[in-house]
Design a protein. Structure first.
Length: 144
């Protein structure tokens, strides 16, 4: 649950804007006509002991509150990440986040086996707390 309406939340689902509010988020923009998230934008994020991940924005529908990314980590995995933002009352949003991973190499199988529900929930909870903290204070919530 995010304590802001979708019109405030959706623009934050962008690699550039995410760097404003999510501690530890780093990216390199490769292609974007506007400089922000848009359909066809391409960026990378650094890997932790593995190659950088390449991201492509495959859907960006602000009026529907929907953004979708395809992520590729070389010699490991592909991921479709879909984020759907819906109103929940006047000043809150429900944010549905879905990851679909497919291994393309043994390293991808290892990653997927280690991507437990507990790990997913911990990451999403920090993401949620971070966004709410930034929306309330204008400051990033430090990562541990």
């Amino acid at each position: 649950m995010i304590d802001a309406p979708p019109a405030r939340v959706f623009p934050l689902l962008c690699p550039v804007r995410e760097a404003e509010w999510l501690d530890g988020w780093h990216y390199t923009m490769i292609r974007s006509e506007s400089g922000l998230a848009e359909e066809g934008a391409v960026f990378t994020t650094p890997g932790d002991g593995e190659p950088d991940t390449v991201w492509v924005v495959t859907r960006h529908e602000p009026n529907q509150g929907l953004v979708e990314f395809v992520r590729f980590t070389h010699e490991s995995r592909v991921c479709v990440l879909r984020i759907d933002v819906r109103p929940n009352g006047e000043d809150r949003s429900l944010v549905d986040i879905a990851y679909t991973y497919t291994a393309v190499a043994p390293a991808g199988n290892t990653f997927i086996e280690g991507f437990t529900e507990e790990a997913f929930l911990a990451a999403v909870r920090f993401w949620e707390r971070s966004m709410n903290h930034w929306l309330a204070t204008g400051e990033r919530l430090p990562k541990a």
